[in-house]
Write a protein that binds this ligand. Structure first.
Ligand SMILES: [Zn+2]
Ligand SMILES: [Zn+2]
Length: 263
């Protein structure tokens, strides 16, 4: 499996991805808003884009579909329940579906509501697993729920789906927010040495050659995956006394999500 992470340098700070089969050169484009950039990278690598995957229905993920289809005749794949809103979807995806790319690559679809109610994450169960997680999990952060989402479901997705994947899984989100998210983690947990160390690197990173975290890393640096951490709970209680001394993980997650909305 070949993965090309494409930095768009646009105002939304989108990342796109090309996932290709090393044997056939067939590729799938993830959320290719900047379709021309995707096409350029594919050409440079000698790959043919045969499929487009939209992780969810937001325009900053789907807005490049029509032009990329025009250029490549690629098939469009998206959550079955999002297909009508996106338009032009050739294959509606449900939990457990397999997306095949060429002869050697398979992505498994995870139904991951929260950011929106119709969000798919795609997991490559390769030797080094990879997760294309759209606006659900960000490096060191979590998607918001302003535009059609539900924080309770985002919690369930984090705790019961994503956190259960192998620690070695590499995390490929839909946007570059690493430094900002680490600042939030450190605001909640000032003694988090792993987050502080990564923040230095994140501030100096070239987004065109981005830092890739694993789920193991995320469990160290992402407040939304550290809901049992006593330091996080103690500091949250200063702002939300109603949390109590031993809040459940969902209550902590919801308080973090709410705080992040205005942070
Ligand atoms: Zn979104
Ligand atoms: Zn987005």
């Amino acid at each position: 499996m070949l993965i090309e992470q494409i930095w768009t340098a646009n105002a939304y700070r989108n990342f796109h991805y090309l996932v290709a089969c090393a044997e056939t050169g067939e590729a799938l484009a993830v959320d290719p808003l900047d379709w021309q950039r995707c096409l350029c990278v594919a050409k440079a690598r000698g790959w043919q884009i045969r499929q487009i995957l939209n992780t969810h229905e937001h325009r900053d993920h789907t807005g490049g579909n029509a032009r990329l289809v025009e250029a490549t005749q690629a098939k469009v794949l998206a959550h079955a329940q999002a297909a009508a809103r996106i338009g032009g979807v050739d294959r509606g995806l449900v939990e457990g579906d397999i997306i095949r790319i060429g002869r050697t690559v398979e992505l498994r679809c995870l139904d991951t509501p929260g950011h929106t109610m119709t969000h798919i994450c795609a997991l490559a169960e390769a030797e080094v697993p990879a997760l294309f997680c759209g606006d659900t999990l960000f490096n060191a952060g979590a998607g918001n729920c302003y535009n059609g989402g539900k924080p309770e479901l985002l919690y369930a997705t984090f705790a019961h789906r994503l956190a259960q994947l192998p620690d070695a899984t590499r995390v490929y989100p839909g946007h570059e927010y690493l430094a900002r998210n680490l600042e939030f983690t450190l605001d909640r947990e000032p003694g988090n040495a792993a987050a502080a160390a990564l923040l230095l690197a994140a501030r100096n990173q070239d987004p065109a050659a981005p830092i890739v975290t694993t789920l193991y890393d995320e469990k160290q640096i992402n407040a939304f995956l550290r809901t049992a951490e006593p330091a996080i709970i103690a500091r949250l209680r200063e702002r939300c006394p109603r949390l109590g001394a031993a809040p459940d993980a969902c209550a902590v997650f919801l308080a973090l999500r709410e705080l992040r909305n205005s942070w």
